[in-house]
Design a protein around this ligand. Structure first.
Ligand code: PLP
Length: 394
């Protein structure tokens, strides 16, 4: 037998030994707070479906209508023949919604980030990245072959020093707008000012802010008052469409020149089959729901406030977050896993996030809230957490 297969077996055994093997759980119900796993009903606080749109019947109907109108597949990549008028409509609607000149629709957020960074910088250039950025931005940096400088989380002084000292020809600052394991928001106005001062691009990945933050859910830039920035052309805004938008895909928005350049150069846009046009049709409906979704956002923010007011912890810590990502910092890996298991035994599904996804010693429960939750759901979780903290501390 080949050593190749042996290596996989050893590697999998090592994951088991370190309690790091990841498990998929197969849900028998559509995305919603109520899940059914192996026949058991669970109340889930796991998804990024912040507005509860993933299971929204009118969106499913829009998708069905889109499929009736457009069929299933696009048949080719966008630049060959897989681009349809409904994709244009979606891009125009997205650009208008976030206040940019133009937008480009990608199949996923991962692909957007992995394609945008190498399209803008390469050898001899430098990318400056918050240490807690999403993996897709990290992979985009690696693919670009630009020098990679990571700065401590939200540390503007460290970033300023790195920018000052850099002799790179082109510079790009990349940041998550809302950090996915912490729920806190990047200092976007200050990052923008640094980008202007050092003539750098600013890539803002708003996967968790689009649809949730800002007026009508227009996102983190609008929330930070940067929607009409003087040098808006510097900003590459990425929104994803599989989280609050409840469907799938992502987009980049910015100046007409930037978007045309990405269309010409982003390999993850060019060398992949165009996303099904029916999805674009559904996304137009989703965008309309987001824009008209103040009631959903008010409900979500009410639930966030309720969870924060109700969660009284002593040893553990509810991290400082105003977004639907409400992590409970526990610290120890084994304790975090045991608490997640105890919650599951009570029918509460909350993911345990451990290193290397988060720094060593900062294992946590990643609670995420949705407008589809009820107040009773949130109270049930908050009270279970307080009770388990006492039990585990005893
Ligand atoms: C989820 C996520 C992505 C990836 O988006 P997908 O559409 O799921 O591929 C990118 N960046 C951040 C910060 C994310 O949380």
């Amino acid at each position: 037998m080949s050593a190749l297969l042996d290596e996989l077996r050893t590697g999998l055994a090592a994951l088991d030994a370190a309690a790091l093997r990841r498990l998929r759980r197969s849900n028998a119900l559509p995305c919603a707070p109520h899940a059914r796993i192996e026949g058991r009903e669970l109340l889930a606080f796991c998804s990024n479906d912040y507005l509860g749109l993933a299971g929204e019947p009118t969106l499913a109907a829009a998708l069905a209508k889109g499929a009736a109108r457009w069929g299933c597949g696009s048949g080719a990549s966008h630049l060959v023949s897989g681009h349809y008028t409904v994709h244009d409509e979606l891009e125009a609607a997205l650009a208008r919604f976030v206040g940019s000149e133009r937008a480009l629709y990608f199949s996923t957020g991962y692909m957007a980030n992995a394609g945008i960074v190498p399209a803008l910088v390469g050898r001899g250039d430098a990318v400056f990245a918050d240490r807690l950025n999403h993996a897709s931005l990290v992979d985009g940096m690696l693919l670009s072959r630009a020098e990679m400088q990571r700065y401590p989380h939200r540390d503007l002084a460290a970033l300023a020093r790195q920018l000052e000292a850099s002799g790179a020809r082109r510079k790009l600052i990349a940041t998550d707008a809302v950090f996915s394991m912490d729920g806190d928001v990047a200092p976007l106005a200050e990052l923008y000012a640094l980008a202007c001062r050092h003539d750098a691009w600013l890539l803002v990945d708003d996967a968790h802010g689009f649809g949730v933050l800002g007026p009508q859910g227009r996102g983190a830039l609008a929330a930070a008052g940067l929607a009409d920035a003087a040098e808006a052309w510097r900003v590459i805004y990425v929104g994803t469409l599989g989280k609050a938008a409840g469907v799938s895909g992502a987009f980049a928005a910015g100046s007409a020149e930037l978007i045309e350049w990405l269309l010409q150069k982003a390999r993850t846009y060019i060398f992949t089959t165009g996303a099904p046009p029916a999805l674009a049709h559904a996304l137009l409906a989703s965008l309309a729901l987001i824009e008209a979704g103040d009631a959903r956002r008010a409900r979500l923010h009410g639930l966030i406030a309720l969870f924060r007011a109700r969660t009284a912890l002593v040893r553990w810590r509810l991290m400082d977050s105003a977004t639907p990502i409400q992590p409970v910092l526990i610290g120890d890996n084994a304790e975090t896993a045991a608490v997640a298991k105890a919650l599951l035994d009570e029918g509460l599904w909350v993911p345990a996030i451990r290193p290397p996804t988060v720094p060593a010693g900062s294992a946590r429960l990643r609670v995420s809230l949705s407008a589809a939750h009820g107040e009773a759901d949130v109270i049930r979780l908050a009270d279970a957490l307080a009770r388990l903290e006492r039990r585990f501390g005893a």
